[in-house]
Ligand binder design. Structure first.
Ligand code: SF4
Length: 453
């Protein structure tokens, strides 16, 4: 008896019997593998059938089979048409792509410049034009020779994104931008002016796979990760629009930044590069719902950015109800990762707590939160819910103050952060969903055009 795993499988027919009766045809299912994997064989035979049918269906129309031979029509005409299509498709895919220079580090840019046969200092010039002078085209880079600029326009791309829509809050001056991506998707970023600082809130993904029930982005599902240059361009669009340098950056827009770790870290490194945008790493906040492995990785790689964790509940049941990611990483695992981060970096973690009426704003929630965070050096941001999903409401001002008082036993600083774009529906994902309903097309979507060089 041949053994396959734990199953004993009989052969369909023994050899002496075969010698006696002569060769016979067996259904595939009667062979050992056929018994073990009937679906595989069924699938394979069906696929063969599909291929045969497809061959018949796509036989060139100019050639019909007559008397077992293809006779009618000009020879090869049908195949030729088909091969024309495939060769033009091939040509399209083989078309040289322009290199998007935004998103390259200075070292990478130097390498690229040397590969083109230019001197290294050209890279420093381009880097400065891209990030400090926020150039929109190579033609603006006037300290670079005309011939080099022309060649740059042929082989490279500055990496621009068009602004499809802006909404400005009359109350606070907060501006929300909807940007068109080149694949037809759109993404949002928000400019938040305050007394002493100018903050941009950046998106890291188109949509979000985590589906927090109170979040507009969470309701739209996940489309894709953003490339570093698409993240950087959000910031540069805001700087170009307001005509001033930003002072603070928060990764709190659409998407979970730690699920797009490489590109977010690349963008943050470029934002804090003193030779370019030069925003201090202490002013860059990466906000996560708590991807535990990535928090540990941030600590191990000694990333200098500030970490904020959206906690939003002090017990697993409530947190799972509003944040499905809690099924994967329970609160105690998250806190262990946060403590590990603190021990490695000695930087305090900020816990964000979105207050939702009747869901996580009860006295017992505050008491649990006190128990949970007692003795852990951290900061707490209380954020009254910005009503984006009709099922949830924001608590009253008095109740927010009461909740804040209940947390007083904690030595951690507690800051109440009111949303600054309520009148323009500035919570992440809101403008996106409105924009998509209006089906605002990206100017690049149909033409396949790249940005002006
Ligand atoms: S809150 Fe953040 S992680 Fe949760 S769905 Fe929204 S964007 Fe994603």
């Amino acid at each position: 008896m041949p053994q396959l795993g734990h199953r004993a499988l009989p052969l369909p027919q023994s050899s002496p019997e075969l010698a006696r009766t002569g060769p016979r045809r067996f259904p595939l299912e009667s062979y050992p593998l056929g018994q073990a994997f009937p679906n595989f064989f069924l699938g394979a035979t069906r696929s063969l059938g599909y291929i045969r049918k497809a061959k018949k269906r796509y036989r060139p129309r100019g050639r019909e089979k007559v008397g077992g031979q293809f006779r009618n029509g000009p020879p090869h005409s049908g195949w030729k048409r088909l091969s024309n299509v495939t060769s033009s498709l091939k040509a399209m895919t083989e078309m040289p792509q322009k290199t998007i220079l935004k998103g390259l580090t200075l070292d990478e840019l130097r390498q690229w410049v040397v590969q083109q046969g230019w001197e290294r200092f050209r890279a420093d010039q381009i880097f400065s034009w891209l990030y400090t002078k926020r150039a929109r085209s190579f033609q603006e880079m006037t300290d670079i020779g005309k011939a080099v600029r022309q060649r740059l326009g042929e082989i490279a791309d500055v990496g621009l994104l068009p602004v499809l829509k802006t909404v400005t809050s009359a109350e606070t001056g907060t501006v929300k931008f909807l940007l068109g991506l080149r694949d037809g998707n759109t993404v949002e970023c928000v400019y938040i002016p305050e007394k002493n600082r100018r903050t941009v809130c950046l998106s890291s993904q188109v949509g979000c796979p985590l589906g927090c029930t109170f979040c507009a982005t969470g309701q739209m599902g996940f489309r894709r990760n953003l490339a570093a240059w698409e993240i950087l361009e959000q910031l540069l669009v805001v700087e170009r629009t307001i005509g001033q340098k930003l002072t603070n950056v928060v990764f709190m827009g659409m998407g979970e930044p730690l699920l797009n770790y490489q590109e977010v870290m690349r963008a943050a490194d470029l934002i804090s590069d003193e030779r370019g945008i030069s925003i201090s790493h202490r002013k860059i906040v990466i906000s996560t719902v708590g991807i535990v492995g990535r928090i540990r990785r941030m600590a191990e790689e000694e990333r200098p950015y500030r970490l904020a964790i959206s906690l939003n509940a002090a017990d697993d049941d409530t947190r799972t109800q509003i944040m499905p990611i809690n099924r994967r990483y329970k609160i105690h695992e998250l806190l262990e990762a946060a403590k590990y981060y603190y021990e490695k970096t000695r930087r305090r973690v900020t816990f964000e707590y979105v207050l939702i009426r009747g869901v996580n704003d009860r006295k017992r929630d505050a008491e649990r939160l006190v128990q949970l965070l007692r003795g852990f050096p951290c900061k707490i941001n209380l954020i009254p819910y910005n009503e984006t999903v009709p099922e949830y409401q924001r608590p009253s001002l008095e109740h927010v103050e009461r909740f804040s008082r209940w947390l007083r036993p904690l030595p951690a600083p507690i800051i109440v952060r009111w949303s600054r774009g309520r009148d323009i529906r500035a919570a992440c994902g809101q403008l996106w969903s409105e924009g998509m309903q209006e089906r605002t097309p990206s100017p690049f979507a149909s033409s396949g055009e790249t940005s002006p060089a």
